[in-house]
Design a protein around this ligand. Structure first.
Ligand SMILES: Nc1ncnc2c1ncn2[C@@H]1O[C@H](COP(=O)(O)OP(=O)(O)OP(=O)(O)O)[C@@H](O)[C@H]1O
Length: 198
């Protein structure tokens, strides 16, 4: 059997690593189904060709803001893109119309201040960088345009940031909802009171 179509001697690939999960490297030799790879941390490892994934070499240095822009969509490519963006404090990345958020475990207040809410209000999807406000904005507008209830699903493992993300969504929806007072409390106050219970 020949080599997989896009993996040949000289190809840049991702190979499994016991410590780093995935490491990138270059194929220096192939013997039957086994490839010899020179990894970027200076080791030479042998792996079955079927376990390798091609590495994108054309991606921008800071990664791509939507996974659909990756040349090859596979686990190491996705993880590498998220890690690259995270290093420059870009905690949000799209996969189509789904938003992936990586918990920064630090306050990034500039991401959520009043000027950001203003910028994201009504901005078409994809016009500005990936953000939790876009998800809320699109959901809100669809609700208004279609005259039907809408929902946003927030999922992730424990500690991933679901509660924090939900609070941000609520804060933005409260901002969109305006300031009409009802029962002595503004819409914003009422929505934020809900988020304290989450
Ligand atoms: N966008 C963010 N910016 C700053 N800190 C964040 C952000 N998202 C999460 N965190 C912080 O990470 C910690 C865990 O987040 P959070 O409580 O939202 O996780 P969770 O997914 O709701 O967890 P659990 O499922 O265990 O309740 C919190 O201390 C929170 O302040």
């Amino acid at each position: 059997m020949g080599l997989p179509k896009n993996i040949v001697i000289g190809s840049h690939v991702w190979v499994g690593d016991p410590e780093l999960v995935w490491i990138d490297g270059q194929i220096i030799n192939v013997n039957g189904e086994e490839a010899e790879i020179q990894t970027s941390n200076g080791k030479t490892v042998v792996a079955n060709l079927s376990k390798l994934h091609p590495k994108d070499m054309e991606n921008p240095e800071g990664g791509v803001d939507d996974m659909i822009k990756l040349e090859n969509l596979h686990e190491p490519g996705v993880l590498h893109n998220l890690a690259t963006r995270f290093k420059i404090n870009e905690i949000y990345t799209y996969t189509g119309n789904i938003l992936i958020a990586i918990n920064p475990f630090q306050r990034l207040s500039h991401l959520y201040d009043a000027s950001m809410m203003k910028r994201y209000k009504g901005a078409p999807f994809g016009e500005l960088g990936p953000h939790v406000f876009t998800i809320a904005d699109v959901a809100y507008r669809e609700m208004i345009n279609e005259g039907k209830s809408n929902s946003i699903l927030v999922s992730g493992e424990s500690g991933a940031g679901k509660t924090e993300t939900t609070k941000l969504l609520m804060r933005y929806l409260a901002y969109l909802g305006g300031h009409t007072a009802a029962g002595g409390r503004t819409v914003e106050q009422q929505v934020l009171e809900v988020s304290w219970m989450i």
